[in-house]
Every structure is written in C-alpha cells, then in structure tokens.
Design a protein. Structure first.
Length: 281
C-alpha cells in the first residue's frame, strides 16, 4: 500500500472510533475497549480487502465476516455504517429498546451482518462452517473472523480450530485481537492461553504475528493467508485495548464501561485532533 492508501485507512478508522465512542455513550452501556482495539483490522478488511455489496448484503459470492467476540458490536456496526450498509445516523440508537442495533450483532436485523454472535466461542465455529460450505460448493469467497484473546479460554474455540485444520480450510482467515486484557483483568492471570502461537500451530494452523494497528502488516498478513494452501490462517494481532483514546488505552476497566459526558467529549477531541494531524501530513 502507498502512503495515501494508508492515510485513507487511518482517517476511516478514526471515523469508526468516533462512532464507537458515541454509540456506547448514547447507550450508557457497551464495550468500548475491545471495539477500539479491533478497529484497524475491521477497517482494512472492509475498506481494502473484502468483496461485499452494500446494495445486496446477502450476495451469495460475497466474502463473509464473523465477529466472534460479539460484544464488540459497536466496532462492527460503525464499520458497516461507514461502508454504506445503513445510515451512520442510526448508530446512536445502539442498544435502545426500539432499535435494530442490539448489543450483539444480529443477522436478522442488521444489513451486512453475516452471523449473529455473542456467546463466545460460537462465532469462530460458524466461520469454520461457512468456510467448509464454500469448499463443498466450489465457491471462491473467503471467510474472515475476529476472536478476543479472553475468548480463546473457551473450549469450543479449540474444537473449531481442530475442525478447520482437519478440513484444510485455506479459505478461512481468523484474527486474534490480542490486547492482553479481559473483563476480569490480565488474561494471563485469569486463565493464561499461552503459548498461543505454539498452540495454534499444533492445531494445524498457519500462524502470522503482526501489530494490530499497522495497516501494512494487517494487509500483508491477509495476502499471505490467501497464498497459504491446505490450512487455515490465524493472525495473532498484538493490539492495545482502547486504542486511540488516551485514558482508555491498556485499561481493563474500559472493557464494558460507558464514558460519561466529560469523558466522551475528551475522547472525541483526541480523535478529532488525530484527524487534524492527518490533514497536516
């Protein structure tokens, strides 16, 4: 990617981060920390890589995406709205009683959502099923998924990973949003998943390590996955929980806490300042 493409992705990701803050603030509930940490991956997927059609969200030959860490719906909703699946104005209805934007993604109500998720471990299992269906139907679409690092404490994740390797699902690319924190604190203290890299390799996956906030690394990992044959790819993406908002970064307390008015205004001001800096560049 050239500098202009990276700059465009940075701007897009910042718009998405602003939406995330306003979604959670408007709802007075939600999960900002993990939503902010996976934003750059979602931005690269939807605005650089994935084959989707906003006018035909159920297009049979589209690439599929499953947010396995479904509690980070604010990031997915903001991405889909910015892409054009539904109006960005609807985002502040997040988690409202009469809104279609529920606390976890719903494929029934939200255009562009390929799978309803929320129960951790089940999203990656569905992504495996989608990838297997694509193989059986001789389709060329690809399937992408994002898991949380706390999520891989679920046994179902490893059953899904075993199946993906068994069926040689090289059309499946999963990202592990490795920010090191979950609702109860440091993942290594709650229930350590280490050694993560060795475990996924032992389960038969191609493993790539990247910086989750470096667009070139994200994009290059996707391209490497596409050229890897005979096995699925797990991209272990080292991220920062709360990325982009100074007082949220690397703080487990922002896993599922909404900002108040003062905090919301500070977060938006910081993100606007980042946008202004991009314009100067």
């Amino acid at each position: 990617m050239d500098k202009q493409e990276i700059k465009a992705l940075k701007k897009q990701a910042t718009y998405i981060r602003k939406h995330i803050i306003d979604e959670v603030y408007s709802a007075a509930s939600g999960h900002p920390g993990g939503s902010l940490s996976c934003t750059d991956i979602l931005t690269t997927l939807y605005f650089k890589e994935m084959r989707v059609d906003t006018k035909n969200p159920k297009w049979e030959d589209r690439d599929r995406f499953v947010l396995s860490k479904g509690h980070c719906a604010p990031a997915l909703y903001a991405t889909l709205a910015e892409k054009g699946f539904f109006p960005t104005e609807d985002l502040t209805q997040f988690r409202q009683a009469d809104s279609y934007l529920e606390g976890h993604p719903s494929m029934t109500y939200v255009p562009g959502v390929d799978m309803s998720t929320g129960s951790l471990g089940q999203g990656i299992s569905t992504a495996v099923g989608m990838a297997l269906a694509g193989k059986l139907d001789n389709k060329d679409y690809r399937v992408y998924s994002i898991l949380g690092d706390g999520e891989i404490q679920e046994g179902q994740v490893w059953e899904a990973c075993m199946a993906a390797a068994h069926y040689k699902l090289d059309n499946l690319t999963a990202f592990l949003d490795y920010n090191g924190l979950q609702i109860d604190g440091d993942i290594k203290e709650v229930m350590s998943p280490e050694p993560v890299t060795d475990k996924f390799k032992a389960f038969g996956w191609n493993v790539i390590l990247i910086d989750a906030h470096d667009y070139e690394q994200i994009y290059d990992a996707i391209q490497q996955a596409k050229t890897t044959k005979g096995k699925p790819t797990m991209v272990i993406a080292k991220s920062i929980k709360g990325k982009g908002v100074s007082f949220m970064e690397d703080q487990a307390g922002w896993h599922g806490t909404a900002p108040n008015k003062e905090q919301r205004d500070q977060a938006i001001a910081e993100l606007d300042a980042f946008l202004a800096g991009l314009e100067v560049e």
